[in-house]
Write a new protein. Sequence first.
Length: 261
Amino acid sequence: MRTELVSEPGDADRPNEDFASVGLPASGQGGSVVVLDGVTPPKNGTGCLHSVPWFTARLGGALTELTVSLPDTPLADALSLAIARTAEAHASTCDLSHPRTPQATVVVARWSPETVEYLVLSDSALLVESPDGVVTPVLDDRLSLLPRSALATDALVDSTVRNREGGFFTAAADPGVSARAVTGTVPRREVRALTVLTDGAARWVERFGEGDWADCFQLVRKEGPQALVDRVRTLERADTARTFLGRSKTHDDATVVFVEF
Ligand SMILES: [Zn+2]
């Protein structure tokens, strides 16, 4: 099998808030990929002493370990355990009930000789390619279904839709959020390869409209994850009129993982 992983910060002066790992246990029978996109905190505080990279390293590290050490535990349960373990690491020093407590989007895929399981929470993307080349995106599209007005400002997002019923959900300090994730299982024989993207890389499709998910998959397959990130950076630099970027930051952390069985 082949795995390739690229993760780049949007700004060289700020730490990368994405996390990515591929776990290949010694049994050689399966493995997992974990990708998180940490939510950038507001300047007026999160109730937490720690940085977003501190949070994503703990949550992503726990998820990587639990998905391969507990192969029979469903991914949603593994996510609950990982959130609880991470919360425990700072419950005594930080206010985990704060609405902006550190949080992240989550994509996990785990494979065995028989199956490929997946879990998607919030707006990172998992692309699944079948042996005949059909690409199926697995998306948690709650965020895109919200009215644009609800997303106008961070403050409004906090008070109305973040981790609230009818809104969108990220992995923060509540283990129960895993029940909100999009999950599923497909036979391994129906999967040839996977690509996972954080929204900073998915901009190639979602913002710039350079192609659809299948085009994006083919680009990653042929030219590699770095080529996709490089193309996004070129498009971002060229959009000086902000036709596509609007009020979004020019560059976002961008992570791409490609796994071919
Ligand atoms: Zn903390």
